[in-house]
Ligand binder design. Structure first.
Ligand code: ZN
Length: 123
């Protein structure tokens, strides 16, 4: 059996956060303080470890990401350093830049701010 092809793993988390988008006109609903139950999906590409039979331990991924997610969960995103304009795009970028340093197999972060909208970085 060949292990040259990669697998794709996804780990999903939910955080509750408040935000407002300061660059929008005051009549836009997102310019006011409001909350989201953000779904965050972290996608990894990696090779199978023939010893363990997996690419990476999901529990390990959770443990590594926890300190990062704790900075966002039940916080006002605008008050988090680097997120003064916390659009979903900026949130995906913020998460990818930090998570990729500790999880090098990370290839994408997807932010779902509602069940019908989502944003991914990078593609
Ligand atoms: Zn919003």
């Amino acid at each position: 059996m060949s292990y040259t092809m990669k697998f794709e793993l996804k780990s999903q988390f939910q955080i509750e956060s408040a935000r407002f988008l300061p660059k929008l006109p005051s009549e836009h609903p997102c310019s006011r303080m409001h909350g989201h139950s953000f779904i965050l999906i972290f996608t990894f590409h990696g090779h199978l470890n023939p010893e363990t039979g997996w690419v990476q331990d999901y529990h390990e991924i959770s443990d590594i990401l926890k300190p990062l997610l704790n900075q966002l969960d039940h916080h006002v995103l605008n008050e988090v350093p680097g997120l003064t304009n916390p659009t979903s795009e900026m949130l995906a970028l913020w998460l990818f830049e930090r998570a990729q340093k500790v999880l090098p197999d990370l290839v994408r972060v997807t932010v779902k701010e509602t069940p019908t909208t989502e944003c991914s970085f990078p593609i």
